[in-house]
Ligand binder design. Sequence first.
Ligand SMILES: Cc1cc2nc3c(=O)[nH]c(=O)nc-3n(C[C@H](O)[C@H](O)[C@H](O)COP(=O)(O)OP(=O)(O)OC[C@H]3O[C@@H](n4cnc5c(N)ncnc54)[C@H](O)[C@@H]3O)c2cc1C
Length: 294
Amino acid sequence: MDLPKVKGKLEKDYPLKTLNTWKTGGRAEMVFWPQNMNELTEMVIWSKIQHKPLLFLGHGSNVLLPDKGFPGTVIVTTQLNGARWENEQVWTEAGYSLMRLAREAAERNCSGLEFACGIPGTVGAAIAINAGAYGKEIGELVRNVKVLTSEGEIKTLDRKEISFRYRKSSLQENNWIILESSLRLTAAEDGTAIKAKMKEFMAKRKETQPLEYPNAGSVFRNPQGDSAGRLIEQAGWKGKCVGDAQVSEKHANFIVNRGNAKSENILQLIQDIQADILMKYGVKLETEIRMITG
Ligand SMILES: Cc1cc2nc3c(=O)[nH]c(=O)nc-3n(C[C@H](O)[C@H](O)[C@H](O)COP(=O)(O)OP(=O)(O)OC[C@H]3O[C@@H](n4cnc5c(N)ncnc54)[C@H](O)[C@@H]3O)c2cc1C
């Protein structure tokens, strides 16, 4: 069966390291950037008929991609970036930048997305994994989500039909792809307080996070009532390396790529930390990042 005729960029044998913020991984058999929802669904159908594994990516800021590459189709949503505002409600396509949306919300005097101003992902992925910071989560703002189910059906779900928990959603558990969503923000008198909050959050991030090196944000979820970073630091992991992968000297829950790290180096550090924290404190650390296997 011929590949569908599409306008979106299509690349074969493409380096995964250009598609994620850790800058690691092998090559993908094929990468596709759909220009619209029809192209996306056509490529999903084509890949299923060809029995090709499928991987959806936004900005690749929460994934560890395999060094051996991905033997199938990677669909990158970043060209699906339409948005429409109606008072304090905003509708976006899956690939819209969350940081851009947070800035636009502030310009429109809409409150609710201040927490998201330093999260370098897409809105679609943020909803799939219920991204959050500073005590807020995107799930709290969701009104509707249009999804592509694993059976190839397109459905619009109401907020009540979706469950959001700490960095988890029923959408991702069902392997459903987010196509579009609408968020409800809160109208504010003026944007000054919103912008001040965002400035404060960005300053905090710059001070505490190793933004000067490729990374994927927090590697581990916080265990109930504790902080993963605190446990890892206390166990003496700050600065430890495997190859060019290093537990950040600034924030122990970040692993940075100091140059030429491979995904296997990062994975080794993750597994060594998990074993050590279990042995020392009896705590099983779960990863927040998504480990993609080829
Ligand atoms: C410096 C830094 C700081 C960060 N700070 C935070 C933070 O404060 N809070 C936080 O929650 N996260 C944080 N992150 C992690 C990350 O930015 C967020 O989780 C973000 O929402 C991921 O978006 P993405 O587009 O990069 O997703 P990707 O990494 O591309 O994908 C993540 C997962 O979602 C799936 N996915 C992608 N698109 C879709 C879709 N349309 N439908 C369904 N599934 C999809 C992917 O298959 C993958 O499993 C940080 C990352 C970095 C690098």
